[in-house]
Design a protein around this ligand. Structure first.
Ligand code: UN1
Length: 484
């Protein structure tokens, strides 16, 4: 076995996978972060078995035991945020400040849910019948499969694992195979946190190899997934059609095609900052990215000119180099997809006003200059399908009403933003945007960790993630009637 192999973590033991897979740095593909285990279906079943076996113990752990374990994990992530942020930048390609910011967010999430573990209460109501009372309590689901994407290698695992454990569930965690490093680090920290063996299991592996097992095994009570719409639909199907064990509860966070509406009365600098940060930071690889910039007539030309100038000034380079604004695209496949959408948009009549070129830097990596498409319409494929890269389309609108209608005319409904100095327009937009999250004079991406996260339409399904609302998915309600 290779000395640097990072193994899976099952039933409190580090176990080799059936194969290993190199974790490659997208800023410099000669740099291999390490070799990481790949599980097969049999190993995934072993992890489910371990979680199932740990459940009787962890589900009755005291709130203090749960809080202590989560607080330990959160404190260590915060203490090591520079190192973990660097690992994140190295394996995923976010810039170092973005990586450290995300590691910090993950630490805060674990500490938030350490507190929530102590605050799980219930309700006591008098019955409509004499001499009877009713108690409403929340219980953990059981074994939960957590399947996470590559674009937030530490924050998304944190915001699923922390509430799952806080409410007494046992977890089988499968990170995206592009970013096993942060996932392994979470498991390693958790292995020293006082969790009983089997409460948290890490199975690194490909969705095509172990996904069906993680979703279809009758011992799995719930599946929390963030990733593509297509995979989300497959998961939903197998959760509802499962033959044994009843349906599994599922929570899906999928795509976004988020609009940022810029109104004539907007502060131009705010509008450009929101657009650039929302569309291009984290290389645009966020489901909350602002990919449709819907701009009203009288500010349109000034906005485009300022946006193009700002976009051209961005420094695209190695994610870990000081001064880099935008790191590389995550891999070759994603880069090709970005370029393909740019070609389609131009065929459909859009103009490439800035960027959109594959560029060389000092090392072999996946560098793409952020692209501004102008003369775009909302009907183009590039305005309807999620690209998941540093590509923004500017769509012209006559006035506020048309801008709002265009913003809502999308199969997706995750985050929706408006830049305006009009209180009236902001209030109307907040009420009428068909999205789970609305941003006023802020980028569509970049969310707090203590409040609900999620969308509408094709973007999401199931209860919200994060904050107190996370309890809706990770617990099941029991109603107990007590007679005299
Ligand atoms: C953010 O914008 O801060 O995959 C979070 C994603 C989202 C998370 C976005 N689930 O991009």
């Amino acid at each position: 076995m290779h000395a640097t192999e990072h193994r899976n973590f099952i039933a409190g033991e580090w176990v080799a996978g059936v194969r290993t897979h190199p974790n490659v740095n997208p800023s410099d593909t000669r740099d291999v972060v390490g070799e990481y285990a790949l599980a097969d279906a049999a190993q995934a079943r072993t992890a489910i078995e371990a979680a199932h076996a740990a459940f009787p113990k962890w589900s009755v752990a005291t709130p203090q035991q749960r809080a202590d374990a989560l607080d330990f994990i959160g404190s260590e992530i915060l203490a090591r945020k520079a190192e973990l942020g660097d690992l994140l930048a190295r394996e995923e390609g976010k810039t170092l400040p973005e990586g450290v910011g995300e590691a910090t967010r993950a630490g805060h999430i674990f500490k938030f849910f350490a507190g929530e573990a102590l605050r799980t209460g219930g309700e006591l109501l008098p019955s409509v019948r004499p001499g009877v009372s009713v108690e409403i309590t929340r219980e953990p689901l059981g074994v939960v499969s957590i399947i996470t994407p590559w674009n937030f290698p530490i924050a998304i695992p944190a915001w699923k694992i922390a509430p799952a454990l806080a409410y007494g569930n046992c977890v089988v965690f499968k990170p995206a195979e592009l970013v096993p490093g942060c996932a392994w680090a979470i498991a390693e920290i958790a292995s020293r946190s006082g969790l009983p063996p089997g409460a948290l299991n890490l199975v690194m592996g490909r969705g095509s190899q172990i996904g069906d097992t993680l979703v279809g095994d009758p011992r799995v009570a719930g599946v929390s997934f963030t990733g593509s719409v297509a995979t989300g639909h497959r998961i939903a199907q197998s959760c509802v059609t499962r033959k044994e064990g009843g349906m599994a509860k599922f929570q899906l966070e999928m795509g976004g095609k988020n609009p940022l509406v810029v109104l004539d009365d907007a502060d131009l600098a705010t509008a450009v900052t929101c657009a650039v940060q929302g569309a291009f930071y984290s290389t645009g690889q966020r489901c909350t990215a602002s990919s449709r910039l819907i701009v009203t007539e009288r500010i349109h030309d000034r906005f485009v000119e300022a946006l193009v100038a700002k976009t051209r000034s961005l420094v695209i380079d190695d994610a870990r180099k000081a001064g880099t604004d935008i790191g590389p695209v995550v891999d070759e496949r994603q880069l090709e997809q970005d370029l393909e959408y740019l070609a389609i948009a131009r065929q459909e009549g859009a103009t490439l006003a800035a960027g959109g070129e594959r560029v060389e830097r000092g090392a072999p990596g996946f560098y793409l200059t952020p692209a501004v498409l102008t003369h775009a319409t909302n009907a183009m494929r590039s305005s309807r399908e999620e690209i998941f890269g540093p590509v923004a389309s500017v769509i012209r609108a006559r006035d506020y009403d048309e801008a709002l209608a265009l913003a809502n005319d999308s199969p997706m409904g995750l985050s929706s933003g408006v830049v305006t100095t009009s209180l009236k327009a902001a209030a109307h937009f907040k009420r009428n945007a068909q999205a789970g999250m609305v941003m006023v004079n802020l980028p569509t991406a970049g969310v707090d960790y203590h409040v609900p996260f999620g969308g509408r339409k094709a973007s999401s399904f199931g209860p919200r993630e994060q904050g107190r609302y996370a309890a809706e998915f990770y617990t099941t309600v029991k109603t107990a009637y007590v007679g005299a």
